[in-house]
Ligand binder design. Structure first.
Ligand SMILES: Nc1ncnc2c1ncn2[C@@H]1O[C@H](COP(=O)(O)OP(=O)(O)OP(=O)(O)O)[C@@H](O)[C@H]1O
Ligand SMILES: Nc1ncnc2c1ncn2[C@@H]1O[C@H](COP(=O)(O)OP(=O)(O)OP(=O)(O)O)[C@@H](O)[C@H]1O
Ligand SMILES: [Mg+2]
Ligand SMILES: [Mg+2]
Lengths: 173, 199, 173, 199
């Protein structure tokens, strides 16, 4: 199991931080690093116990630990890591609930672009308020509470959806 | 193997039977605040065996049963079903050592195990049916059940069914609202578990 | 100090949960409650020690504890509480960093409406990606990194801002 | 008393001297991800006496000094100034018992205290000037200073200056990114402190 962990770790690290890796794709450049933290006492890396550290530097910026990134940069780094794991072991579906809430337009585009790469292997179910993400979808479901307190599914086309997720005229199912 | 459909009935705010089919590559769920979008994510985690009420944003598990509204009485039961397509593989898969170990163990309790782990695997899920329905139910009186293709099962069977597929209640492929950064911000040791899960 | 806490607590509770309170204004109805939690042992409320519990029921829904609300409902309840405290003791300025990220259009309108009530007593500095909130502002500042890694302030008018906070053509300062 | 302006120089990503004036009732700050918007919020908290690097998203306090970029060398100093309008009041305010207690204490160390707590108060802030500038500086060698109207001050003076005004590094009137729910989700006892602050 130690060797197995090591193999997976190396694969994910390459998927994430490599030259063609997810981090550079999502940030349009820059650099990232994932490494196991050496043990305080021995200074050695222990494949079975050591924790994982992530260092990221968006294009043109100095390397920083995750906490020093902005809200949007953190989200993009997390998505890059998720997609790197996905690449090493795809799951039949991926369920994302308002992952794009902190992103600006340019980053939403790149987020959709990354999902695009996996459509031949998996499918995505995405809850969002962002119109740009909705435009990327093949199909939209609206959830409303016409009857207070009771959720109902309605069919929705893109032109019925307001700027921030409101469903204007409901198309009955 | 694809997740083709989810059916909710009496789960949280979904008082009536509601189906969401996922025939497309990307399906978006939209709607105003508080209407029930994240309840669908909770429903999928719940049927895959989630045991912590807190991680379903509830105080206790009974809170997942429709609690009534201004115009409706509470439901007596909550049920969620996931429907997976399980087509024949082009080339059958040899059983791994793990498969053999599990299939030896599960015959002990005499259950006519639905899941066939030993022998060649002809489909992505170790069940020889074209469609696999996984259901979880909870009754007001506290009784609860898991069902695979309408036959009674246990949580262990659900876990065994999805072993090594990347599908699970706390799999990395389900990101809850507000938790996208959680993978990064956890401590280095917690971060490690995500890598272990993928191993 | 006990009496002082009691007075402030009662005022905030009324501002928040009263008939004309902030909760009902932000949700367009419904009910809320703030109470001190009785001590497990004695069952008595201790003005100097007891914790504060909040129960909220959006219109047409049963009362629930805060954790069971949706993402947007939690934000609106938090804003209602903040504005209730503000009403009891206004501060010269209020600084909000992407508070509206989880809100749909209807809730963004109500959020702006509540800020409107305080403009005679305080002023707001709001970081946002939401166009509707920007439209509510009297003045917009853009922050960009034309030179990588170095922040610069630019003057921006609303028509230069994209759907999600992007600054299209920069107006130099 | 209004916050009229904030001036950043060498603070985080603001390498050059940058001013934001707040003459209007509602000022919005917009821009792409990672450009420096939340750094302005950090700057305001910092000058008001924030002592925890972690709550400024940094590992140590020196991280607030501009660390350089692809084309620039790091700064040697970080400075942030808040400028408040402090107009004459229509009716002067009587000093409270608290005011008297503080003003008795602060003369002990012989500082020509900038802050006049005793006697009638003619302006919102206990300083008799039309404008009040509060500045904090940090040098690369570790030296740090607070200044009120360009005169050296201590953190205690800053705290005293804003006593009872609702202005402070961790006041309820500053909501950081992603923390809007924090007030609700904290434990009941933590929630209490927000009420105590307003008392
Ligand atoms: N057992 C239950 N019975 C009835 N309603 C319930 C139950 N459990 C939760 N709810 C309701 O479901 C609502 C929350 O729905 P959900 O979190 O899915 O909203 P959402 O569409 O994700 O909204 P947002 O856009 O704000 O995130 C709450 O208002 C709550 O009252
Ligand atoms: N000492 C420093 N020197 C230079 N740059 C710094 C320093 N500290 C932080 N930064 C940079 O500031 C950036 C973060 O800025 P900030 O958090 O203000 O972005 P933001 O505009 O709020 O973005 P978002 O919309 O994603 O929330 C980081 O990319 C980081 O590299
Ligand atoms: Mg939600
Ligand atoms: Mg920010």
């Amino acid at each position: 199991s130690r060797d197995r962990f090591r193999d997976v770790f190396e694969t994910i690290r390459e998927n994430f931080a490599g030259d063609q890796g997810m981090f550079r794709k999502l940030f349009g450049g820059g650099n990232a690093e994932i490494r196991l933290m050496p043990n305080d006492g021995t200074g050695e890396v222990d494949w079975l116990e050591s924790g994982v550290e992530i260092i990221a530097s968006p294009p043109g910026k100095r390397p920083r630990s995750i906490n020093q990134l902005s809200g949007g940069e953190k989200t993009m780094t997390a998505v890059a890591l998720l997609m790197s794991i996905f690449e090493s072991k795809v799951s039949p579906f991926c369920l994302l609930d308002e992952v794009d809430a902190a992103l600006d337009d340019a980053n939403v585009e790149r987020f959709c672009g990354i999902m695009q790469e996996f459509l031949d292997r998996s499918h995505f179910i995405v809850v969002t308020h962002n119109r740009r993400t909705m435009q990327f979808a093949d199909r939209l479901y609206g959830v409303t509470m016409q009857e207070r307190g009771v959720s109902k599914r309605v069919s929705v086309s893109l032109d019925q959806v307001g700027d921030n997720g409101e469903i204007r005229a409901t198309g009955d199912d | 193997m694809r997740l083709a459909k989810v059916t909710l009935c009496g789960f949280k705010s979904f008082a009536d039977r509601t189906e969401f089919t996922f025939d497309d590559a990307v399906t978006c769920v939209v709607g105003p605040n508080g209407c029930g979008k994240s309840n669908i994510v909770d429903a999928i985690k719940w049927v895959l065996g989630e045991r912590s009420a807190k991680s379903l944003r509830s105080k206790e598990m009974a809170d997942v049963i429709f609690a009534g509204s201004a115009g409706r009485a509470p439901s007596g039961m909550s049920s969620v079903t996931l429907t997976f397509e399980n087509p024949l593989l082009e080339k059958p898969i040899e059983p791994t050592a793990e498969d053999e170990a599990i299939s030896d163990g599960s015959d002990d309790d005499g259950g006519d195990s639905l899941i066939q782990r030993s022998g060649l695997r002809r489909r992505p899920l170790p069940i020889d049916t074209e469609i696999v329905d996984v259901e979880r139910r909870l009754y007001r009186d506290g009784g609860s059940q898991y069902l695979i293709n309408n036959k009674k099962a246990r949580l262990r069977d659900i876990r065994e069914l999805f072993l090594d597929t990347g599908v699970g209640a706390d799999a990395y492929s389900i990101i809850e609202q507000g938790k996208v950064d959680a993978m990064l911000l956890s401590s280095p040791v917690e971060r490690r578990t995500v890598f272990e899960e993928a191993a």
